[in-house]
Design a binder for this molecule. Structure first.
Ligand code: HEM
Length: 423
């Protein structure tokens, strides 16, 4: 097989020839009752989901909505954990809840292995990625990450107010993952649009979303060809050459995993860095303590990840069943809220407080079960370095205008505009 046969230069979306799967109607609009009509796409949820989740945990721990064609929202740690571990009853064939369900035969591989894969394929696809994300491999990125954080702060150039989400947090994971995949660093703004389309465009007509995905896959294929012409030591060349079951990976697998790394690596870490800075900007006692005791940062960081966990995932119910007292139907969505699990008072003392020296902190921010985050060492390195450099360079800062802070909508939650007074 020639290279052009394996990776055709004109990207053809396989779904053009396949049934589209099922769709459901419009999903946005004011919520009548969060227990029976929840929607994580509403502004109240984006601004502050915790009181809503706390109320549901007491009143209706597995909430339901008819939106999205039917979905459930568990808010207790034990339920979130049980679902995450139960790959017999719950599928990962789509982990972003939208108005569109991919066809069932896309399992067990899915569009972006391993996150979209079910067992047994999941195990093998995941194993391929692990060597690139060990603590040692990630450590090699640290000096460049630190230098980049300093360069971002240098570029503030004496301004009194800076946007810590747009001008700092956002750029760090974009640069790190571009370096690891071997993409041109100046392509960052394009990644932004791809990520937005995937994570926030969930209510667009499926055809339009597909069109946008085509732009992402077209970009990734161009990168694949660039690496075929000029192989180098990076994740893209690694995936092109990797083998599974004695064969090179299918082209959809190579490009799907590249898309996953790009998307999983950016909004998540951007959100974690932004939410931590937001907390410190409005909590002077924690900020002052971390400046005075930098050794506390790794512990504090875990608490920020617990309290402001940025990632909520989805599952699809495989077959009709009664589960923990509720009647689930095949293809109902589950909105798997790791943030809600992390605020469950049955699992954590003072669950609703941010305790930066919390000693025991087995939080679920990186997920639970077989899909637990492959990039957790990388994410922790980026978060630690981003906060270390910021606190070293800008020890005193506060919210310039609390009302001007905006949060992303959808399954990845973090500040998207965060004006901070830094002088
Ligand atoms: C603070 C930042 C991050 C958070 C909170 C986070 C969170 C998560 C969560 C909750 C999952 C589980 C998904 C599920 O159960 O369906 C996950 C999976 C994954 N994450 Fe992360 N993530 C972060 C950063 C990263 C980074 C930087 C990368 C790599 C570039 C990455 C790569 C992955 C991959 C490949 C998976 C799929 C693992 C599998 O399916 O076996 N993540 N992440």
């Amino acid at each position: 097989m020639t290279v052009d046969e394996r990776f055709p230069r004109d990207f053809q979306d396989a779904s053009e020839d396949e049934p589209l799967g099922t769709r459901s109607e419009i999903i946005t609009g004011p919520v009548s009752d969060w227990a029976t009509d929840f929607s994580h796409m509403e502004p109240e949820w984006a601004a502050d989901p915790y009181p809503i989740q706390d109320d549901l945990r007491q009143r209706c721990p597995i909430a339901h909505t008819d939106r999205f064609g039917g979905a459930w929202l568990p808010t207790r740690y034990d339920d979130v954990s049980a679902i995450a571990y139960d790959t017999e009853k719950f599928s990962s064939r789509s982990i972003i809840m939208s108005n569109y369900r991919p066809p069932r035969d896309i399992a067990p591989i899915g569009g972006s292995p391993p996150i979209s894969s079910d067992p047994p394929f999941h195990h093998d696809a995941r194993k391929l990625l692990l060597p690139a994300f060990t603590k040692t491999a990630v450590g090699r990125q640290e000096p460049a990450t630190r230098a980049f954080c300093h360069a971002l702060i240098d570029a503030f150039d004496g301004q009194d107010v800076v946007d810590a989400a747009r001008d700092y947090a956002q750029h760090i994971p974009m640069r790190v993952i571009a370096d690891m995949l071997g993409f041109p660093p100046e392509d960052g703004p394009q990644f932004r649009r791809f990520v937005e389309n995937t994570l926030e465009g969930v209510n667009l007509p499926p055809e339009e979303r597909m069109e946008r995905m085509r732009a992402l896959f077209g970009y990734l294929l161009a990168q694949v060809h660039d690496h075929l012409d000029d192989p180098r030591e990076d994740l893209t060349s690694y995936l092109i050459d990797a083998e599974l079951y004695g064969h090179k990976l299918q082209p959809e697998h190579v490009v799907g995993s590249m898309a996953l790394l790009l998307i999983a690596g950016i909004d998540t870490t951007w959100s974690a860095i932004g939410a931590s800075l937001w907390h410190l900007a409005r909590t002077p006692s924690d900020r002052e303590r971390l400046v005075a005791e930098p050794g506390l940062l790794p512990t504090a960081m875990e608490e920020f990840l617990r309290a402001y966990a940025p990632v909520t995932m989805a599952r699809l119910v495989k077959d009709d069943m009664t589960w923990h007292g509720v009647d689930m139907r095949a293809d109902d969505w589950i909105l798997l809220s790791f943030p809600a699990a992390n605020r469950d008072g049955a699992q954590f003392d003072r669950a609703d407080e941010v305790v930066i020296d919390r000693e025991v902190n087995r939080h679920a921010a990186f997920g639970l079960g077989i899909h637990r985050c492959v990039g957790s060492h990388l994410a922790r390195m980026e978060l630690r370095v981003a906060l270390e450099v910021w606190l070293e360079r800008i020890g005193e800062f506060s919210l310039a205008d609390p009302a001007a802070v905006t949060w992303s909508t959808g399954q990845i939650r973090g500040p998207r505009e965060l004006p901070l007074r830094v002088r």
